[in-house]
Design a protein around this ligand. Structure first.
Ligand code: HSE
Length: 430
């Protein structure tokens, strides 16, 4: 049987999953492909750690460039991560016309335009299925299965660490810091968790999904990002009482000739599909003009699920090599029209507000008059709990209002004498 040589850059958790997957299912893949996949070289700076898989020591090297340049390596798998040497490695492989499979969302979010342009110029492929959603083939669904649709919206729970923390905050009614420590102890959250909990990992993934849905490359600074670090278990509990669950969502939506891309904690109705996604799981809800809603759910991280998507990409790349049809599917479609990114102040959404108000006559009317002046209409107001030091939490649910008006109203409200702690504003989806 014909052989195709693979070169693996990065022998960490997912790299070890790729090796394990090839060892366990390599024959099955070969029977499906008619070509045998042979892992010829593996590069990593650490050749000592036990990865729980056995490899021929002769394939290991610390020299990634030697792997890329090796004529016996036909396909390069980049699992180094980050935007430093990984970029250099990916460009070096593409420059030689070698197809690249990567899981590196940060690299594509920051340097996608340069990388995709080079792949196009060299008429080779860059596959990045594992960059969003781990084991969920959402990239493939957008690139292929949904390609006849205009994408109306995408709502994604794209970070397992955040979803685990939010699930535990609600389940156990405990504060954020305690849940983060628990997620770190269980190995879900990094020791330096900022990329996950401050929303940037989700934003990287949102940029990739938006680029696929609308064509062209979307810059990271087009994304409004708010993470879950400041979230109080009080709001998670109040939201629950009102029939909502709090999720860190990527919201990508096209309307009136502009696309909004935002990442922030959102209230979703308890009976919605996204509300039922708990723990470390991910889900992406895509609304196409022909399909309506389609939902993709699964493990968004972890060695084996992510390696499954990496190897699925390798299989596709090899099919293209075999049929002589590399660059069969553009990495990112050209955008038909100029995409306008809607600035955050221009978006319209419904809001949950929690204000800490003096428990005195006339206070509510002061607040509602500020909201009314800014064209913000209330759907409900609920005074929660007993006053503490003469202040009481009052939760307001609004009808759809403009973000710029809400910004202005909250600024005025925060400055009022009757208002205690800083107002809390969460956005409502669905
Ligand atoms: N750290 C991510 C998560 C997985 O917690 O989902 C890698 O993108």
């Amino acid at each position: 049987m014909k052989e195709i040589g693979l070169g693996l850059l990065g022998f960490g958790t997912v790299g070890a999953g790729v090796v394990r997957g090839l060892q366990a299912n390599g024959e099955l893949m070969a029977s499906r492909l008619g070509v045998k996949l042979v892992l010829r070289r593996i590069a990593d700076l650490d050749l000592e750690s036990d990865r729980g898989v056995t490899v021929d020591p002769g394939v290991l090297t610390t020299d990634a460039k030697a792997v890329i340049d090796d004529p016996a390596v036909d396909v390069v798998i980049e699992l180094v991560g980050g935007t430093g040497v990984a970029k250099e490695f990916v460009l070096r492989a593409l420059e030689q016309g070698k197809p690249v499979v990567t899981a590196n969302k940060a690299l594509l979010a920051d340097f996608g335009a340069e990388i995709f342009d080079l792949a196009r110029e060299k008429k080779t492929d860059i596959y990045f299925g594992a960059s969003v959603g781990g084991g969920i083939p959402i990239i493939r669904a957008l690139r292929e299965g949904l390609s006849a649709n205009r994408i109306e919206s995408i709502h994604g729970i794209l970070n397992g660490t955040c979803n685990y923390i939010l699930t535990e905050m609600e389940r156990a009614g405990v504060p954020f810091d305690e849940c983060l420590a628990d997620a770190q102890a269980k190995g879900y959250a990094e020791a330096e968790p900022s990329l996950d909990i401050d929303g940037f990992d989700t934003a990287h993934k949102a940029v990739i999904l938006a680029s696929l849905a609308y064509g062209g490359t979307v810059p990271m600074d087009a994304v409004f990002v708010e993470g879950i670090r400041g979230l109080s278990d009080l709001d998670i509990g109040y939201a629950r009482d009102l029939g909502y669950r709090v999720k860190l969502l990527a919201v990508i939506r096209a309307n009136e000739g502009a696309v909004e891309i935002r990442v922030h904690p959102s209230l979703v109705p308890l009976d919605s599909m996204l509300a039922s996604v708990s723990g470390v799981f991910n889900a992406v809800l895509v609304n196409g003009d022909m399909t309506g809603d389609t939902l993709y759910y699964g493990r968004g991280a972890g060695a084996d699920p992510t390696a499954s998507t990496v190897l699925g990409d390798v299989v596709d790349v090899v099919r293209s090599l075999e049929s002589g049809s590399a660059h069969r599917i553009a990495a990112i479609p050209e955008s038909g029209d100029e995409i306008r990114i809607r600035p955050m102040p221009e978006i319209t959404t419904r809001y949950y507000l929690r204000l800490c108000l003096k428990d005195e006559p006339g206070v509510l009317s002061t607040i509602t008059s500020v909201l009314g002046k800014h064209q913000i209409s209330l759907a409900s107001a609920l005074q929660k709990d007993e006053p503490e030091e003469n202040h009481v939490p009052v939760v307001f649910m609004t009808h759809a209002a403009a973000e710029a008006e809400m910004d202005a109203a909250l600024k005025e409200i925060a400055a009022l004498d009757c208002v205690g702690a800083e107002p809390v504003r969460l956005r409502i989806e669905g």
